[in-house]
Design a binder for this molecule. Sequence first.
Ligand code: HEM
Length: 459
Amino acid sequence: MSIGVQAAPSRGARVIPFMRLLARHPRAAVRAFETAGRQADGELVRLGMGPFRPYLVTHPDHVQHVLRANQANYVRQGMFWDPLAPLLGEAILSDGPVWAASRRILQPLFTARHIASLAGRMAGLVTELIEATVRPGRPFDVLDGMSRIVHPVIVRLFFGDKITHADIARLMPAYHDGVTATSIRLVLPFVPQGFPLPGDRRFRRAIATIDGVVYPRIRAARSTGQDGTDVLSALCRALEADSRSDADQPWQDEERWLRDNLVSMHGASTETTATALSWIWPILQQHPQVAERLYAEVDRVVGGDPVGPEHLPELRYLSRVVSELLRLYPPGWMLPRLALEDDVIDGVRVPAGATVVISPFLSHRLPRFWEDPLRFDPDRFTGEREERRHRYAYFPFGGGPHQCLGSHLFLMEAQLLIAAIVSRYRAVVHADGPLTPQLASSLRPRKGLTMTLIPRERT
Ligand code: HEM
C-alpha cells in the first residue's frame, strides 16, 4: 500500500451518509459513528454531514501518515477544535510555536522516570482519597466518584498547593460543563460558531468559573519565587528564564499563556483519567471471569496491605485489563485535524482546508487488525501478540509529536486506584441493559450510572 503525496492519479473518497445513520440512532450518536466505522472498514472515506464532509481515517497506515509521517500538514484547528478554543486557548493543546515551547517546558514533568518517583506519594493519596470519598454500602455516581478521587490526586501532585480543596470543588463541575456543553457542536460541526446552540450559556459560565479560580492563583504564584516541581512553577520559571534572555517569546500575553496551559493541562489530565476509570467497574461486572482473575491477582500481590509502588510490577493482569479498557473505550475517541495543504493518502485526495478525523475508538475495533474486536479480552496484550501488531492499530494516547504527555501518569494511577479498591471492596454496578457510551470531548459512560462498594471480608 502506498502512502503519501504522489504524482500518480488520485481519486475522491467514498461518502458514508452519516446524517442518515444519526437519524437511525437519535439517542446514541456513538452507534452511528460505530456503524460508519464498520462501513468504512479501514478505507479512507468521508462522513456525509450535509455540507460538511470530514475525512475519516482509521487504517493504521493512514493514521501513521497523519499523526507522524506528514504531521506538519495536519494541525489542531478547524470545526472540531474551534468550539473548545475559548476554554483551551493557545498552549499545550494547540499547535505551532506556542505549543512547541509549552511542550518543551512541560515534558520533563511527565517522563516515565519522574512519574515512577512519585509512585509512593500517589499510592498514599489514592488510599486516603478512597477512604475520604467512598461511603461503603451506599450507591454513588460512578463518574462523579472517580472524579472525586482522581481530581485531587492529580492536583496535589502536579499543581502543588497552588490549587486548594475549595478551588477543586469549583473546578470539577466547571470542567464537566466545559466539555459536555459543547458536545452538540461535535455532532453538528457545520453550525457556525456565532449561531447559538443549547449549552452555549453553560459553556460561557464554566469558563468564567474556571478563570475566576485560575487567574488569582497565577497572580499569587508569580508574586512569589517558584521552585516546585508542579506545572505552574515550571511554567513560571520558564518565563523568568526567558525574560533574562533576548529570545523572542512565541506567546503574546504571559498571563494568558499561563492560564491556557494550566487549564489545558488540568483538563487533559483529570477528565480523561476519571472517564477511563469509570469504565472499569461496569466492565468487570459484565465479565465475571476477568473480574475473578483480577481479584485473585490483587489478593495475591497486595493482600490486606495498603497498595504501594512495590506492588506495581507484579500487577500484570491488571495492566492488561487497563490496556484492553483503553482499546474498547478510549477517552480520546476522536482526534480531529485540519489539512493545511493538498495531500494524497493511499490514492485518495485530501485537499487543503479539509477536516480529517482520526478515531482510536474505530481503529481499535477494525476486524482486520483485531480478532473478534468487540470481545473484552485482556490477553490481547501479552508480549508476543503485542509485538505482532501494527504500531498504529492501538493508539489510545495518540502518536507522533502530539503523543499524550500523561500516559505514564495515567497507567500508574489506574493500577494504584483499581488495586486499592479491589483489595478492599467488591464493586456492584447498578445497570441493566447494554452500556452505551456518550460522545463528549471524552468517551464517557451515560449519565446516572451508579455503583456501590461493599467491604470484603478477609479471613
Ligand atoms: C486515560 C487517560 C488519557 C488518555 C486516553 C489520553 C489521550 C490523549 C490523546 C489521544 C492525546 C493526543 C491528542 C491529539 O493528538 O490531538 C493526548 C494528548 C495529551 N495528553 Fe493525554 N490522555 C490521558 C491522560 C492524560 C494525563 C493524565 C495527562 C496529564 C499530563 C495528559 C496530558 C496530555 C497532554 C498535555 C496532551 C497534549 C500533548 C501535545 O499535544 O503535545 N493526558 N492525550
